[in-house]
Write a protein that binds this ligand. Structure first.
Ligand code: SAH
Ligand code: SF4
Ligand code: F3S
Length: 467
């Protein structure tokens, strides 16, 4: 799962049966994390009920939405240059007497607000992540030419008003789905914009999560990934009257008929509690793959990052998790070149990676984000040093990923088939550890879990045979 892929999401969903006939088309371009991917689907749902059908072709769109990410430097600049291209398209369309509305959504919208429509007058609507349920109304307000900027924080309202997609729309999106259980973050790691762009941590209720998951299961979804910026910080009133954490929630969701795989992302080491570790021990359908970012292996850097745990805490936590679920594969995020990071600190990170052995990981050069404490710290690390460290770190991580993939050759594993493979007669699915698996298999296996013997492993995927 690439956290930061640019995805043009599921534009082919059919209109909801209850929806008015689609007369207009919307093109959504999605940047950033899974949360944005999920939100783009929700925007499509909200717009479907307003007579829009999704399209993959920006040129034929009556409405273009950029669902943006603000985690990297220059993210905003990229949005402005994309808006430059869109302006030309809008002008060309206007010459043909056609109207095109342009909206910027997501984390750049939240961070920049009205500045966006000042700098890029092509933009009709700036909308933050917490107001997507109001898209139809906001577009209506913007349609008479007035610029609308909506970046209020009220996440419970958004959760309450998410539009329900039709069964057909869900099925077209595939047999795996995301369910947002939590948004925002109170951790304030000193490098990160998320607490500012997504606001304070808010959990969705058990009732909302269970009913959305049941609906997905009824539409044919087999695998659900619970989403949150700080997903294991989720908590809520349980059906037994006690306060639940993510562990208890997973036990509840495991009871739903039709759901055969559960995952969650992204977790913070501080919030891995006993119940969650017990869920890894006791729930077969909770997949043995855990994305648990540590960012650095040096205590001084962890402290400066405000991660609120030490490298030793992380090792001890992994011991407990691996004891509960010995076949678990670890994934993580790493930042190199955080202000003040010395050669020794970096060596400590490499050492941590050597010890943990990751199945996969994401790694980044520190990028100073305006408004975060990290951007103002002294001892910023030189670009050349960052590049060198990143190359070394990625070399090690990709070797570990190859080793992990290779260790599965000869083993028989469960594969959930998600789509047609690249070649004739081939299907593609996912292993319990999220690797893509290519298998010669009939198309009827779509949506099924089958036993597959792994015959070859590459850097990023596996090849197997049905057994
Ligand atoms: N909520 C998740 C993910 C946050 S963003 C978590 O806490 O793990 C995803 C990743 O982007 C982070 O884990 C971090 O490794 C990276 N990241 C965030 N801000 C960054 C910055 N300013 N510079 C470089 N990498 C950053
Ligand atoms: Fe950002 Fe840290 Fe919150 Fe993750 S835990 S979203 S890195 S502040
Ligand atoms: Fe990017 Fe916002 Fe996600 S900043 S990583 S899209 S929460």
């Amino acid at each position: 799962m690439d956290n930061f892929a640019t995805t043009e999401t599921n534009q082919e969903n059919s209109a909801d049966t209850k929806a008015p006939e689609a007369t207009r088309k919307v093109f959504i371009k999605t940047y950033g994390c899974q949360m944005n991917v999920y939100d783009s689907d929700r925007m499509n749902d909200a717009l479907t009920t307003d007579g829009y059908a999704p399209t993959q072709n920006m040129e034929e769109a009556d409405l273009v939405i950029l669902n943006t990410c603000h985690i990297r430097e220059k993210a905003a600049e990229k949005v402005y240059s994309e808006l430059g291209r869109i302006r030309k398209l809008k002008e060309d369309k206007a010459k043909d007497g056609k109207q095109m509305m342009v909206s910027v959504a997501g984390c750049v919208a939240q961070a920049e607000g009205a500045e966006i429509s000042r700098r890029a007058p092509v933009v009709d609507l700036v909308v933050g992540p917490q107001s997507y349920h109001r898209l139809p109304e906001l577009l209506n307000r913007a349609s008479n030419g007035s610029k609308v900027v909506e970046t209020e924080f009220d996440i419970q309202e958004k959760f309450k008003h998410l539009a329900t997609p039709s069964k057909e729309a869900v099925r077209k999106r595939g047999v795996t789905a995301f369910v947002t259980v939590q948004e925002g973050c109170d951790k304030f790691c000193t490098f990160c914009v998320v607490p500012y762009t997504r606001g304070a941590e808010v959990s969705r209720s058990v009732e909302q999560i269970v009913s959305e998951t049941k609906r997905l299961a009824a539409a044919g979804v087999r695998e659900v990934t619970l989403l949150g910026q700080n997903v294991n910080g989720w908590h809520g009133a349980g059906s037994d009257g006690r306060e639940w954490g993510l562990g208890e929630l997973l036990f509840e969701l495991a009871k739903i008929d039709g759901i055969d795989r559960l995952r969650y992302t992204t977790s913070h080491p501080r919030d891995m509690d006993d119940a969650l570790i017990a869920a890894h021990r006791d729930l077969d359908i909770l997949m043995p793959y855990l994305h648990l970012p540590v960012q650095s292996g040096a205590d001084s850097v962890l402290k400066a990052m405000n991660r609120k745990h030490t490298r030793d805490d992380y090792f001890r936590l992994l011991d407990r998790i691996r004891e509960a679920r010995p076949d678990i594969a670890l994934s993580g995020d790493f930042i190199v070149g955080f202000p003040g990071e010395t050669d020794q600190d970096f060596a400590d990170t490499m050492d941590l990676i050597e010890r943990v052995k990751y199945g996969s990981a994401f790694s980044f050069k520190f990028s100073p984000r305006p408004g975060t404490p990290g951007a103002l710290m002294e001892d910023q690390v030189e670009e050349a040093v960052k590049s060198e460290r990143l190359a070394a770190l990625q070399g090690l991580l990709s070797q570990q990923q190859k080793d992990f993939n290779a260790s599965l050759v000869g083993k028989t594993i469960d594969v959930l088939f998600e789509k047609q493979g690249r070649q004739e007669g081939q299907m593609a699915g996912r292993s319990p550890w999220l690797q893509p698996v290519h298998v010669a298999a009939p198309a009827q296996l779509f949506g099924e879990i089958a036993s597959v013997k792994v015959v070859a492993a590459g850097a990023n995927s596996l090849e197997g045979e049905l057994v």
